[in-house]
Structure formats: C-alpha cells, structure tokens
Design a protein around this ligand. Structure first.
Ligand code: UT7
Length: 310
C-alpha cells in the first residue's frame, strides 16, 4: 500500500499588503517587484498571530478534509524556520491544541524545501507500517524575521500555512518517488541571524538549476518522464525561477501552479497552499501525475512525484 495525501488545508492571514503599500515605506516600485518576481501582494499576520496559530488553522482544515479525528493522528511533522520559539516545537503546540493525544511530534528545518522533507518522512513511516495518519504542515511567519529596511528581501516574503494528512492510499496512487538533497556549502547565500540575509543572484542560479534537475531525477525513479506531468507545483519564490523550471520540463503554462502573485514567497507553506488553490479551481483530478519541487536555505531541495487521489 502506498502513502499519499488524504486531506489538505490552508490558512493565510486576512491582511493584504500590496506592492503599492510597500512603495510608501521603502525605495521600491510596483513595476520592479512585478517584473523581477511576479509578486503583486502578500499576506502579513498581525502581531498577535504566531506561526502555531497559522499552522493550527490549516491543520484543522486538513483534518476535516481527510474526514479523520485528531485522535487518529500518529505523528505531527511541522516544517518551519520561523517557530514561535526554539522549543517546545510548533508540532507539540499543535498536538495540544488539536487534541491529537496519540501523536508523536517534531519540527523539521529544511527552509523552503521543508514540506517536501516532511512528506517524504511521512511516507517512510506509513509504508514501513509503523503509522497510519501523519499530519504534515508547512508554515511560516516570515514577516517576523524580515528586515523591513532591506528592499532586497522585504518585498519577497509572505506569511501562511498549508497542511496535509498523509495516509494509506489505493494501489498505484500516492507518492511514487522523490529526490531530496542538500548543499551546505551554499548556506552562506541564504540565512538568518536576526533577520533573513540573502544573496539573491546566487540563490537564483542554484534554484534554476536544481528545480529542473531534481524533478527529472524524481521522475526517472518512478519510470516516468516529463511528458507524464499533468500538473507542476514549483516552490513559489519568483515567477522567473518557476518559468525556467517549467520550460526545462516542457510543461504548458496552464499546467503550472502560479500563486506567487497573491501570497509572495511563503517558504515551506507555498506548495501546500498552491495545491489547495488548484484543487478549489478544479485543476487537479484523481490519477493526475503531479510534480512538486522546492528549494531553499541550507541550501536544500526536494522533488516529489505523486499520483493524486486516495
Ligand atoms: O525561497 C528561496 C528564497 N529566495 C529566492 O528565491 C530568491 C532568488 N533570487 C531572486 O528571486 C532574485 O535574485 C531577486 C528577485 C531577489 C532579485 O532579482 P535580480 O534580478 O537578481 O536583481 P538584482 O539583485 O541583480 O538587483 C538588480 C537591481 C539592483 O540595483 P543596481 O545595483 O543594479 O543598481 C538592486 O539594488 O535592483 C535593485 N533592487 C531593487 N529595486 C527596487 C533590489 N531590490 C529592489 C527592490 N526594488 N525591492
């Protein structure tokens, strides 16, 4: 039996911050942000809302969508680089709030590739027979580690959460193959001290190379080719990076998820948020081959090939 997504949910804060809003507080322009990144607006959480609050709301939706009860969850994995505090983990905070009394809990730190690392970890526990239902959350409140005086990074990020219940699915469905990787030598290009510090051009080059290559490696492992892709979910960092991956994989424009315009870069949350939006728009149907691919600080990357459906 395979492991796949049996329920999914998202939460984004209500407050919309447009490029025009940013123009008023820093030396930037709507034109620059749109053409260089594809971002038009992002959601920013208020001071009273922390990462665990965003995660909780997305998790509730995923649990409802999976039609299970919190007591059935065996493990909670939260991918985040912006936990409420170093410990207890966001996963443990969720365990309490959800009443997931049976669940073990830990956070995963793999930056924007975190949701990929979480799904792959969940797959191992389910296919190994140890656990049945695992809650995997990708969540960030990046606004709290953004330097609002650094226009190189401040215009890029947004807050949000996406959550999935990973569980057993019918034969032939679920996660078919994956490719995970890391290159610690590139850690210096994207990191956080007090705030996020980034060498945009270096990360850009890395991302363009890895998004295509990692996807192709993952496809090869399941005996599929780029022609088999029904829908592509690239990490929503920058439309130019996403476009280069799309072209490398010969995916038509209408078969790639584009939500970066609405939410900016929400790091570990960007892929599950995009899946929810595309499902709601009726773009994904059972048995579609979807490829998810992320990259981020570490540097890390990860691609997953999945046949959609329970
Ligand atoms: O989840 C992973 C996280 N990170 C990423 O995915 C980031 C990957 N990198 C990128 O997306 C792009 O490198 C950026 C969008 C960050 C920057 O785009 P770029 O085309 O690489 O621009 P650049 O850094 O080469 O900067 C071009 C110019 C510079 O001015 P000068 O030196 O040419 O006069 C910047 O100072 O644009 C300037 N600039 C801005 N201008 C207006 C940088 N940020 C801004 C801004 N508004 N917000």
């Amino acid at each position: 039996m395979g492991a796949g997504i049996v329920g999914i949910g998202k939460y984004v804060p209500e407050r919309v911050v447009t490029n025009a809003d940013l123009e008023k507080v820093m030396d930037t322009s709507d034109e620059w942000i749109r053409t260089r990144t594809g971002i038009e607006e992002r959601r920013i959480a208020d001071d009273d809302t922390n990462t665990s609050d965003l995660a909780y709301r997305a998790a509730l939706e995923a649990i409802k969508n999976a039609n299970i009860s919190p007591e059935e969850i065996d493990l909670i994995l939260v991918a985040t680089v912006t936990p409420d505090r170093p410990f207890p983990s966001v996963s443990c905070m969720l365990q309490e709030r959800l009443g997931a009394t049976k669940a073990a809990a830990m956070d995963i730190s793999a930056a924007c590739a975190g949701f990929m690392y979480g799904l792959v970890t969940a797959k191992q526990f389910i296919e190994g027979g140890a656990y049945k239902y695992i809650l995997v959350v990708g969540v960030e409140k990046l606004s709290k580690v953004t330097n609002w005086e650094d226009r190189n990074t401040a215009v890029l990020f947004g807050d949000g959460a996406g959550a999935a219940i990973v569980g057993p699915v019918s034969e032939g469905r679920g996660i078919l193959s994956f490719d995970l990787g890391a290159d610690g030598t590139g850690g210096k290009h994207l990191y956080q001290d007090e705030y996020i510090i980034m060498n945009g051009r270096e990360v850009f080059k890395f991302a363009v190379r890895q998004m295509g290559e990692s996807s192709l490696r993952a496809l090869e492992k399941s005996g599929l080719t780029k022609e088999d892709i029904d829908f592509l979910f690239p990490h929503q960092a920058n439309i130019r990076i996403m476009e280069s991956a799309r072209q490398r994989l010969d995916v038509p424009e209408e078969k790639m998820s584009k939500t970066v315009n609405k939410y900016g870069n929400t790091s570990a949350a960007s892929i599950p948020i995009s899946i929810v939006d595309e499902l709601e728009a009726g773009k994904i149907k059972d048995d579609d081959i979807i490829v998810m691919v992320g990259f981020g600080g570490g540097l890390t990357w990860g691609a997953i090939v999945m046949r959609w459906g329970r």
